[in-house]
Design a binder for this molecule. Structure first.
Ligand code: PEP
Ligand code: MN
Length: 334
């Protein structure tokens, strides 16, 4: 749409899309609103749309993914969380907290520490996707209540994972951001449900997903009407055996080139090793990530999950200090 297009003109285009049996997706931006069209079998009748009031141009999308592509929306998307956090607006957003919510005391201890060090969002799993059915599976709804209590005290909005559709209903109720984990990146019914949620979504890259598969999964969420999606690179499986996964930092500029969605990097699952989290965090910021997701635990050797990759609050505070120096070098703030 033109920059000065009115709400009535946007409505008019939506009605014209509707009348043809297609689905319209108005995606507001800082400069202009873009309207994505899906559900068309063949080419869209460009001249008919171009003659509608307020329309600037009709751009056919060449990629299989549409709503996530810069062809539909050229400018960067900004995802707002809570009152003050904006992801993708230039300032780095740091998500920190334990892998799993273990108790109220543990969560509050870590939440207070990461808040003091400068984190913007609190993470912590209440539903844990564990490789073994005998490993700690998370506290479920009780864990969500603990996260809500930690938010109440610290003011940090909460990011937490939903592993299935029933869990997503609960996560949507308690949390500020819904996390879809690597193992569920292609759980298409879960993605569709997240697309109908009224909360932003962090979508983690599957451990063997190509960039196109990653973006297609995000497309599932947008196609249902939820445009507040943050991608998250968390490492992929390779032959490298010195770290848990291989953090694919090259995917950050690759995403930036073709998609308007913001992207986080998770150096914790990306490396699986405490001593590698800070160096890879620094690299992630340097390569242009919009934010980081870092696992922090006050007593990592006794953590119920992912202790080996969890850093201490002191290590986290030192890392944030380093990032404060790196961010301005590439035109970002922290
Ligand atoms: C997590 O964030 O704790 C998690 C399970 O991540 P992933 O889905 O990337 O493995
Ligand atoms: Mn974890």
């Amino acid at each position: 749409m033109r920059k000065d297009a009115t709400a009535a003109e946007i409505q008019g285009v939506m009605a014209a899309i509707d009348a043809r049996g297609y689905k319209g997706h108005p995606i507001p931006g800082a400069q202009r609103t873009a309207i994505g069209i899906t559900g068309n079998k063949g080419a869209v009748e460009a001249p008919a749309f171009e003659s509608l009031p307020g329309v600037l141009e009709v751009i056919p999308v060449s990629h299989a993914y549409k709503l996530v592509s810069r062809e539909v929306k050229a400018e960067d998307s900004v995802v707002s969380i809570g009152r003050d956090v904006k992801v993708g607006a230039g300032a780095l957003v740091i998500v920190a907290g334990p892998c799993a919510v273990e108790s109220l005391e543990q969560t509050l201890t870590v939440a207070r520490a990461v808040k003091k060090a400068g984190a913007h969002l609190l993470r912590g799993g209440a539903f844990k996707p564990r490789t073994s059915p005998y490993s700690f599976q998370g506290l479920g709804e009780e864990g969500l209540k603990i996260l809500a209590a930690a938010r109440e005290e610290t003011g940090l909005p909460v990011v937490t994972e939903a592993v299935d559709i029933e869990g997503l209903d609960l996560v949507e109720h308690y949390a500020d951001v819904i996390q879809i984990g690597a193992r569920n990146m292609q759980n298409f019914s879960l993605l569709r449900r997240a697309g109908r949620a009224k909360k932003p979504v962090v979508l983690k890259r599957g451990m063997s997903a190509t960039l196109e598969e990653f973006l297609m999964s995000a497309e599932y969420i947008l196609s249902e009407g939820n445009y507040d999606v943050i991608l998250c690179e968390r490492g992929v499986r390779t032959f490298s055996d010195f770290s848990r996964n291989t953090l694919d930092l090259a995917v950050v500029p690759a995403v930036k080139k073709i998609s308007h969605l913001p992207i986080f990097v998770d150096p914790s699952h990306g490396t699986g090793r405490r001593d590698k989290v800070a160096p890879l965090s620094r690299a992630a910021v340097a390569v242009g990530a919009d934010g980081l997701m870092v696992e922090v635990h006050h007593d990592p050797d006794r953590a119920l999950s992912d202790g080996p990759q969890s850093i201490t609050p002191a290590m986290f505070a030192e890392l944030v200090g380093d990032l404060r120096q790196i961010a301005p070098v590439i035109g970002r703030s922290l």
